[in-house]
Design a protein around this ligand. Structure first.
Ligand SMILES: NC(=O)c1ccc[n+]([C@@H]2O[C@H](COP(=O)([O-])OP(=O)(O)OC[C@H]3O[C@@H](n4cnc5c(N)ncnc54)[C@H](O)[C@@H]3O)[C@@H](O)[C@H]2O)c1
Length: 319
């Protein structure tokens, strides 16, 4: 009975696949999915689900008591592009939800927290190539400011109250099972859908906008691995840099052309280009590799063929 896992924001791009993976590992009844809305059928059918608002502290406590929760994965957040359109709402969601979970751990109600940060914690004054674990951080987006502040509070709760918080600065996550939730790296998913549907894509980022990216399976494996690591291996209690691949829209288009020779790409950068310009092009993640043995599996070639196959199958099923 005791020691269940709660996922908040389980219906999103990452939460959906994380929930399925954790249920595979721990058993379906050990992992409680929750979100402010219902999610994909595969997720909804895979085990217990609760409608839960991540800013509702009292309801979170009730769910934690009801299911004897010991670990929380807080995946609910407002992402970079959406947050620019609703700054105060983004701030309230991203910060309030984190404090509710940190305080539950501080009060001894739960034992362990996973909370994702992002490459958005970096800004225009950060070294762009092979961005180090510890460096200048002056984020210029609402989302980045909320993630950086979150990191500071995570480290503070660890140092001051011994809260076992573990965190990763995810790069742009690429997947086909659930659509992305309004981030600056969403182009790298849309491009596959449009390539297969129409043979062409207009990118909202410029041809040379290099950003760090990662295929979903790697992101999920990293999340499981950091949570399973012995506590003394987790030396960074703000958030770990994490990297796999780095490419531009032009490089990705060339890779897709190897499979779909007639594919064409155009560029029509919008406000998201400015956000992309403020972020690193590539990330140094040696701390994660050395401390808890992180390794990625998907390179550009493998990610591209997996995406084309996965998106192709989804389009056929929905036709
Ligand atoms: N996807 C990426 O490329 C990426 C990159 C870096 C960091 N991250 C971080 O990873 C986490 C998950 O991202 P994602 O891509 O799955 O996001 P998403 O937008 O796809 O999913 C977020 C989920 O949270 C839910 N949600 C929103 N408001 C809520 C509320 N008040 N209460 C409960 N649930 C609520 C949404 O319904 C959604 O299902 C976020 O913290 C995000 O900042 C994601």
């Amino acid at each position: 009975m005791a020691g269940r896992i709660l996922i908040i924001g389980a219906c999103g791009q990452i939460g959906t696949e994380l929930t399925l993976k954790l249920r595979e590992i721990h058993g379906k009844d050990q992992v409680i999915a929750s979100d402010i809305r219902e999610g994909a059928e595969e997720l909804m059918q895979s085990g217990p689900f609760e409608i839960l608002n991540a800013t509702d502290e009292i309801h979170i406590k009730e769910i934690v008591d009801k299911y004897e929760i010991k670990e929380v994965y807080l995946m609910a957040a407002m992402l970079s592009a959406t947050a620019e359109k609703a700054p105060m709402k983004a701030w309230d969601l991203n910060m309030d939800s984190l404090f509710h979970i940190l305080n539950l751990a501080k009060d001894g109600k739960i034992d362990k927290i996973f909370w994702p940060s992002s490459i958005a914690v970096f800004g225009p004054t950060t070294p762009k190539d092979q961005t180090p674990q510890t460096t200048v951080m002056e984020p210029t987006t609402v989302y980045g400011i909320s993630k950086q502040t979150g990191e500071r509070w995570c480290e503070y709760y660890f140092n001051k109250f011994g809260v076992d918080i573990r965190s990763i600065r995810y790069p742009g996550i690429i997947s086909y099972k659930t659509l992305p939730g309004g981030g600056t790296t969403d182009y790298a998913i849309e491009i596959f859908h449009e390539a297969l549907r129409n043979g062409e894509y207009t990118s909202f980022l410029d041809r040379d906008a290099a950003l760090p990216m990662m295929y979903m399976d790697d992101a999920i494996n990293a999340t499981v691995k950091i949570m399973e690591a012995p506590a003394d291996e987790i030396k960074v209690r703000s958030s770990y840099n994490l990297a796999a691949i780095s490419f531009t829209p032009e490089i990705l288009a060339e890779e897709i052309k190897k499979h779909l020779a007639d594919f064409t790409i155009k560029y029509d950068p919008d406000f998201r280009q400015k956000i992309a310009e403020s972020w690193p092009s590539s990330i140094d993640d040696n701390a994660a590799r050395n401390d808890w043995g992180w390794e990625h599996e998907f390179d550009l070639d493998k990610m591209t063929s997996t995406m084309l196959e996965g998106v192709g199958k989804t389009l056929k099923e929905n036709a």
